[in-house]
Design a binder for this molecule. Structure first.
Ligand SMILES: Nc1nc2c(ncn2[C@@H]2O[C@H](COP(=O)(O)OP(=O)(O)OP(=O)(O)O)[C@@H](O)[C@H]2O)c(=O)[nH]1
Ligand SMILES: [Mg+2]
Length: 441
């Protein structure tokens, strides 16, 4: 097993930096590069000096946080070096550690090690990355709760229930005279499988229904040239991000910005105006805009409400936009030429968009009853696979199929639950899980 090292803090000027060192050689290596001896006995913080013993030059005065495995984040011997926040010093210390036998860690490798050593389950490992990247209070709170173990506890209970069911069925195979699964017990088994299925399904549904809270709400601004799309983007962002002009076709490509408003994270895309165009680049921009709107959580279709909207435009909207849609009647400071058209009146130019904000928040408000145990599609897919197997087992019970077959599906579901808990390692899944982590985590 390797001993790994990496800078855990961002590589820039800082007040302090933290270098992490983890693995079986941790204490050997650290003792080769420090002036005072570091004993391998329990966790503590100690002051020390990093020294290059080849030339006896002190590199830095540091604080060491030492841990002895398995009582550490990674479950291995681990030392965190708090050094001065200068990258020249950081590089010298890391170089010295590498020369003394460690290797550079891959992104996410410390967390991966923690996962391998049963310090974390899949949802916790995933949530660490999610917490680091959280953009809203909601995202930070949910991921912290998961790191603290709420999902792990819930999945553990489910796993125990399933274990008992499998046990009951196995007894039935070994001592068939004991019960007859196809009369008394089958209803009981089926009921418990249904309960487990329902519990897992609730986790998936709460995640799906609130997907936008985890991943940001994709808002796409569409509409004809000059309707005021870029003005609306600028008003939402409260800055002059996009060029606004009275020349139709000002925006040619799309402009993407991310912003937090009152606890929600929005990814907003301003697009090229929808119209027939001879200009190749503009045409590409327009077709791309329509394409992007297909993946939108909400399309804001902006019209210049001082001009009456044509039947062709309304038909075009009906035909081309399948996502959730709000017609935004812009330029309410001018005359209302579409009094009977359903929509939200605003004036982007005059920063008057409160009605629209209210409407958007009505659509995406947080359901307080929802509970959150996962933060990614990766975890969701494992749970879906568990439920597929439970479903098959239930079908087979209904069909009075052989118990061996029923058990095989339940056992696979059980194995997946254990994988979720990190107690069973599926090494093919690991790379997928840790691919988005940053260095030093
Ligand atoms: N009176 C009035 N004019 C507005 C309003 N919003 C935008 N405009 C004007 O409408 C014109 C077009 O605005 P843009 O925001 O560039 O329109 P766009 O939809 O992005 O246009 P393209 O990029 O060409 O597709 C500019 O002259 C804006 O100042 C509004 O609320 N009231
Ligand atoms: Mg524009």
């Amino acid at each position: 097993m390797n001993t790994i090292v990496a800078l855990a803090t961002p590589p820039m000027k800082s007040t302090i930096h933290i270098i992490r060192l983890s693995g079986p050689e941790t204490y050997n290596i650290i003792n080769k590069i420090c002036t005072k001896k570091i004993e391998k006995n329990g966790h503590s913080i100690q002051n020390n000096k990093i020294i290059n013993k080849n030339n006896n030059k002190i590199i830095d005065d540091v604080l060491l946080m030492k841990f002895v495995g398995p009582k550490s984040f990674t479950g291995e011997d681990l030392i965190e070096i708090n050094c001065h926040g200068n990258l020249i010093i950081v590089n010298k210390i890391i170089k010295l550690i590498l020369e003394n036998g460690a290797i550079m860690a891959q992104p996410g490798e410390f967390t991966k090690q923690a996962f391998i050593n049963n310090k974390l389950d899949i949802s916790q490992a995933n949530s660490i990355n999610y917490l680091i990247n959280a953009k809203t209070d909601f995202q930070a709170e949910v991921s912290l709760n998961i790191i603290l173990g709420n999902a792990k506890n819930k999945i553990k209970l489910i796993t125990e229930k399933l274990f008992q069911i499998i046990g009951t069925l196995e007894v039935n195979i070994d001592y068939p005279e004991y019960y007859d699964i196809h009369d008394v017990k089958s209803q009981e088994v089926k009921k418990t499988i249904d309960e487990i299925y329902k519990d897992i399904n609730e986790i998936i549904t709460d995640y799906n229904n609130n997907y936008h809270l985890f991943n940001g709400i994709n808002l796409v601004i569409l509409g004809k040239p000059n309707s005021g799309k870029s003005s609306l983007l600028n008003t939402i962002l409260k800055m002059d991000r996009a060029i606004v002009s009275d020349i139709p076709g000002t925006t040619r490509d799309f402009i993407k910005e991310s912003i937090n408003i009152d606890g929600l994270n929005f990814n907003i895309i301003d697009t090229a105006g929808i119209r027939e165009s001879d200009n190749q680049i503009e045409s590409m921009g327009i077709s791309k805009a329509v394409e992007i709107s297909k993946n939108a959580d909400l399309v804001l279709y902006v019209i210049d409400n001082s001009i009456s909207i044509s039947k062709e435009e309304l038909d075009w909207i009906n035909k081309n936009i399948n996502s959730k849609l709000i017609i935004v009647k812009n330029k309410e400071d001018l005359k209302d030429s579409n009094p009977t058209l359903d929509g939200v009146k605003i004036s982007a130019k005059n920063n008057n968009i409160d009605n629209l904000k209210k409407e958007i928040f009505n659509i995406f408000k947080l359901n307080n009853d929802a509970q959150f145990f996962i933060t990614s599609d990766y975890e969701k897919n494992i749970l879906l696979e568990i439920n597929n197997n439970l479903d098959k087992a239930n079908e087979l019970i209904k069909e009075e199929a052989s118990l061996d077959l029923v058990i095989s599906f339940l056992e696979f579901a059980y194995k997946l639950l254990k994988t979720f808990l990190g107690e069973e390692k599926d090494f093919d899944l690991l790379d997928e899980l840790f691919k988005n982590f940053c260095l030093g985590k």
